[in-house]
Design a protein around this ligand. Structure first.
Ligand code: NDP
Length: 320
């Protein structure tokens, strides 16, 4: 019987569908000290929730595949897995539209203060005090820069088009299939735009790249939206920039040390904060769960992962 390890809090659809095909063993966290000799001997696949350190891969000598729940797999040591011939898969495409929808919502919430306006109504202030204040910012006339124009970034850009805003982007390689202006550096993009949407992965190169310099270039009418990873934004520099009104506002779905959110961020009225919910609808999380399980099934039944990550030994192989 093929044995799959489930670790920690698991999406119920993953558990249910894995149980229909495989034997399941569950442990509380990706901690090698929890790997018993039985687990080490039996486990050949696992479903990960963006936490799979090298030591855990080493502790499972028969492991063949790590199926990650999420398109971001920065918590999985994919290089180490590749060196040991272990396949890593993620869940691209199925969440692009949901994350892009949420990004547009967060952008509008940040610029038009919609959550604050709703709180005003719910608190009875509309009746007691009168109309909610005018939002100092508007999407009208904005120039939006996307830091990252991959699967999700492209869906965000497509959604921005009917809003009649200018759209530019920075990536390391220019895309041949879009007409948006490409800037070869993040600094040049930040200088050109007044709205910066961050949707790059967590990699060594993207660490705290949104810093004091970039925020100063964004300028006093500037709005920062981060839906990628908290790692990409220096939270200290952002808090400082907001305090000194270096930029006009920020909307964040992701944070450096989740679920901890720096208390200073909660003190700003021109900041909109979400608890990492960009893909968090029932329909999209079910689709992600299905892709996790379908990767496991496809690997164990056909020897072919559906969506291997680029580092994985399988990526780019068309001969199976
Ligand atoms: P893709 O791999 O399709 O796109 C990544 C984009 O980032 C590409 O345009 C790439 O272009 C660019 N990029 C990568 N590294 C750099 C760099 N050093 N400098 C400039 N640009 C860079 O990923 P997805 O669009 O599918 O997802 C992006 C990320 O969004 C995920 O990795 C995840 O961390 C995050 N995410 C967050 C969610 C949430 O709930 N908030 C939900 C889903 C994803 P190029 O290679 O040419 O530089």
């Amino acid at each position: 019987m093929t044995t799959i390890l489930l670790i920690g809090r698991v999406h119920p659809r993953v558990r249910q569908r894995v149980a229909e095909r495989f034997e399941i063993i569950e442990i509380a966290k990706p901690d090698p000290s929890l790997v018993t000799p039985e687990i080490a001997a039996k486990v050949v696949g696992l479903a990960s929730f963006n936490a799979m350190p090298a030591a855990m891969i080493d502790a499972l000598p028969n492991l063949k595949i790590v199926a990650n729940f999420g398109v971001g797999y920065d918590g999985v040591d994919a290089r180490h897995a590749a060196q040991h011939g272990v396949i890593v898969t993620n869940t691209p495409d199925v969440l692009d539209e949901e994350v892009a929808d949420t990004t547009i919502g967060l952008l509008l919430n940040t610029i038009r203060l919609l959550p604050q306006a709703e709180n005003w109504l719910r608190a009875g202030e509309w009746e007691k005090t009168g109309s909610f204040r005018l939002s100092p910012l508007s999407l009208r006339g904005r120039h939006v820069g996307l830091y990252g124009l991959g699967r999700i970034g492209l869906q965000i850009a497509r959604r921005l088009e009917p809003f009649n805003v200018r759209i530019s982007y920075h990536t390391r390689s220019q895309r041949p299939d879009v007409n948006y202006t490409h800037y070869p550096s993040l600094a040049a993009l930040a200088e050109a735009v007044d709205t910066l949407i961050c949707i790059v992965p967590k990699t060594p190169e993207t660490r705290q790249t949104i810093n004091r310099d970039i925020l100063e270039r964004l300028g006093s009418n500037g709005v920062l939206i981060n839906v990628g990873r908290g790692w990409t934004v220096s939270e200290d520099d952002l808090i400082d920039a907001l305090s000194r009104k270096v930029i006009a506002g920020a909307g964040l779905d992701v944070f450096e040390d989740e679920p901890h959110v720096p208390s200073a961020l909660m003190t700003f009225d021109n900041v909109s904060l979400l608890p990492h919910v960009a893909s968090a609808s029932v329909i999209t999380r079910n689709a992600m769960a299905d892709l996790v399980v379908d990767n496991l099934i496809s690997w164990f039944e056909k020897g072919q992962p559906l969506t291997p990550v680029p580092e994985t030994p399988f990526a780019g192989r068309s001969d199976g």
